[in-house]
Design a protein around this ligand. Structure first.
Ligand code: SF4
Length: 334
């Protein structure tokens, strides 16, 4: 019997994959790539899907990584079921992933879908009512098996048809990860890099920035990458500044800057690189230089020489900038 398993590479989906593989099912794992996955952000440079890849290899199942970014950004701009506590459109996100999994199910000749979801673990998408809505809108009613909580949920078609034994399903519920950790120990799974999974959209600070991008109709991949690479300032409805916090972020910002963007940095002292995007008037260029001066090593001096250049012209213009004080800074920081 063939089934598709949604595999993020977090602990819950790893457990579900291991359990169902032991049931003798022929599994195809699918991992959905979005710009907001925290698991892969913290993994060691292996790229998106790296944790899922590692899990799939360890269990011995094939993995398909689907880049869902474009569809996900459409959902994120206007989710039909709204957002969770921050900017996480969990219900619409699950509907999108389930619909795509259903297409894969048909292509691959699989009979149902498996997830590592745990009843009551996430308030927006893992309560019974929301699970039912998601299944219904993805046209997958009865075809989603959640082995970690299956005994607490209505029997699915795979259980009713005897494709899988309901008796051997589990009854885990709630937010504690202890039962999953105990189960991992029993199954001999010691390497789960991202126990809680994670999505940047549930982070309040990051969510504010995403909200700001959506409000200004600027939600695209370059802007999202910039948000992850520094402090974020909204200087006007059409201009923003991202300031690096360390050497890595400075390098990242230099790489992400495109033609038409502005690059800022101190002329002679140590300090951050900043990228300005949008329409910069002389006043805004000066404001940006003052922000960069604030984060530079001025050695107690009120002013610092800051350069700005517009790409790709590369003509550097220097300004002696008075640093912006913290109250003024706070008004611009998103
Ligand atoms: S937390 Fe993020 S990835 Fe997870 S369901 Fe919600 S929006 Fe989707």
């Amino acid at each position: 019997m063939k089934a598709i398993i949604l595999l993020s590479g977090g602990l819950d989906s790893t457990l579900a994959a291991e359990l169902m593989s032991r049931e003798g099912l022929e599994l195809l794992a699918v991992n959905f790539k979005t710009p907001f996955c925290l698991c892969d952000r913290h993994s060691s440079n292996l790229g998106c899907g790296s944790n899922a890849r590692r899990v799939a290899e360890a269990i011995g199942i094939d993995l398909k990584i689907i880049n869902a970014t474009k569809d996900f950004l459409d959902v994120l701009k206007k989710p039909a079921h709204g957002y969770g506590a921050n900017m996480n459109p969990c219900i619409d996100c699950r509907i999108l992933f389930f619909r795509k999994s259903k297409e894969l199910m048909r292509e691959w000749g699989a009979s149902f879908i498996i997830t590592g979801e745990v009843l009551g673990q996430r308030p927006m998408s893992q309560f019974r009512r929301q699970m039912n809505i998601i299944e219904k809108e993805a046209d997958l009613e009865g075809l989603v098996l959640r082995p970690l909580s299956a005994k607490l949920l209505a029997p699915t078609i795979p259980e009713k048809n005897g494709w899988i034994s309901r008796e051997r399903m589990l009854d885990i519920a709630g937010r504690s990860r202890k039962p999953q950790m105990a189960l991992a120990k029993d199954l001999g799974i010691n390497d789960y890099p991202c126990a809680a999974g994670g999505c940047l959209l549930t982070d309040p600070e990051f969510a504010n920035r995403i909200r700001d991008l959506i409000k200004h109709d600027e939600l695209d991949m370059q802007n999202i990458d910039l948000l992850k690479a520094g402090r974020y300032f909204r200087l006007s409805p059409s201009a923003k500044l991202i300031v690096g916090r360390n050497e890595n972020e400075n390098k990242m910002l230099s790489m992400l800057a495109k033609d038409g963007d502005y690059l800022f940095g101190p002329a002679t002292i140590n300090g951050p690189i900043a990228v300005g995007k949008g329409a910069f008037t002389a006043d805004l260029l000066e404001a940006a230089c003052r922000i960069v001066a604030r984060y530079s090593d001025r050695d107690g001096e009120p002013k610092a020489e800051i350069t700005h250049e517009r790409l790709p012209e590369n003509e550097k213009i220097s300004i002696k900038a008075n640093f912006l004080d913290d109250d003024e800074l706070a008004k611009l920081r998103v």
